[in-house]
Design a protein around this ligand. Structure first.
Ligand code: FA5
Length: 353
């Protein structure tokens, strides 16, 4: 019986050597060690053996069972390792890619210089009791023009080249457009509150203009409005001065000259002496030495009426700061187009980590 068991073991080893499939190996194991397997069948005749024979056959049978189990498990483990290695070989990870500078670039993101200045201005005005408002980019001509005392055929509509939306009925009364200025938020702000109130409203505006060192088609303004009883030009000048002092943290030369905007009367243009060329003349100031920065004025009575405010009782001031130009003056940026370039070498200069 011992020799029969050894023969079986030889047979098993030969068969196992030929197999490489896990299921087939498990079948082979069952064919030898299963209840009706070959080894079990041989052991059934153990009952006919003498006690001496049993002493010999018992340990031999256990040894062969153990060997079969071990060989099966070893072979299965080897197949698994081979499969993993084959997969790794196929989906090789090229670790040399991590030697690339770009991948090892763990710089932090940072705020855009315009956001930094905008946040500073918001803090200054919040500390003076102003709210910060927002408004939609897509507007109707009511908010962009009509409510601001610019009726349909008013020549002032041509002061700001407008991107209009084509409408199914293009003659429709309230056509849609991309807002050309943040003054739209004056109207929305007035309609939503009762005087006295004061707010600022930063935002992106759109004009169909040729770009140059100080003009973009998509740029940013920051609107301001204060309405109450007995608001004067003195208040307007005080807030303009405070804004410039807080942002520049140094004396800057400004000039105030009359300016025409249908929504203010009187209206002013506040220009800053160009800080790129120190007033000598450059492409930013169009060789005039001055940059138009902060148009402003006393709110026109028609605008107050459009905002449901009684102009007999209340008055106010409004301003429309050119935010990108302020950023240029503050940081000495000689071309507005750098601001929207998305160039990290530019943006990184404004953040300290
Ligand atoms: C206006 O847009 C008025 N809504 C401002 C205003 C508000 C006046 C309230 C009175 C009361 P203006 O078109 O001048 O005005 O634009 C305001 C500022 O935006 C300019 O002084 C300038 O600093 C900036 N600006 C105008 N056009 C551009 C442009 N294409 N690119 C960059 N900045 C511009």
């Amino acid at each position: 019986m011992v020799s029969k068991l050894e023969e079986l073991y030889q047979e098993f080893s030969k068969s196992l050597a030929e197999l490489n499939d896990q299921a087939e190996i498990l079948n082979l194991k069952a064919a030898f060690l299963g209840k009706k397997g070959k080894v079990s069948e041989v052991l059934k005749s153990l009952k006919d053996a003498t006690p001496e024979e049993r002493k010999e056959i018992g340990p031999k049978a256990n040894e062969i069972k153990d060997n079969i189990l071990k060989n099966v498990n070893d072979k299965l483990a080897k197949i698994e390792v081979d499969q993993i290695n084959a997969k790794l070989e196929k989906n090789k990870i090229d670790t040399s890619v991590f030697e690339d500078d770009y991948v090892n670039d763990f710089r932090h993101g940072g705020l855009h210089p315009r956001t930094l200045i905008q946040q500073e201005i918001e803090d200054v005005f919040l500390s003076m009791g102003f709210e910060v408002l927002d408004g939609p980019h897509i507007e109707t001509e009511f908010y962009n023009f009509e409510a601001l005392n610019i009726p349909a055929d008013h020549p002032a509509r041509d002061m700001q080249d407008t991107f209009w939306f084509t409408h199914p009925q293009s003659e429709e009364e309230n056509k849609h457009l991309l807002r050309t200025h943040t003054s739209t938020i004056q109207v929305r702000g007035m309609l939503e509150r009762k005087p006295p109130f004061r707010f600022i409203a930063p935002g992106t505006v759109f004009r169909c203009e040729r770009t140059d060192a100080s003009h973009e088609m998509v740029f940013n303004q920051l609107e301001g409005m204060m309405v109450g009883e007995d608001i004067s030009i003195g208040h307007l000048i005080y807030f303009m001065k405070t804004l410039l002092k807080e942002i520049f943290k140094k004396d800057v030369t400004v000039r105030l000259r009359p300016g025409f905007f249908p929504f203010v009367e009187p209206g002013f243009e506040l220009d800053i002496s160009c800080l790129i060329c120190n007033g000598k003349g450059c492409s930013v100031c169009k060789h005039t030495g001055w940059v138009e920065l902060l148009p402003c004025g006393m709110v026109h009575p028609n605008v107050l009426k459009a905002g449901n405010i009684d102009p007999e009782k209340y008055n106010g001031f409004a301003f429309g700061l050119g935010l990108d130009r302020l950023v240029m003056m503050k940081y000495g940026i000689d071309d507005i187009r750098h601001l929207n370039s998305g160039d990290l070498r530019f943006n990184e200069q404004f953040n300290k980590y």
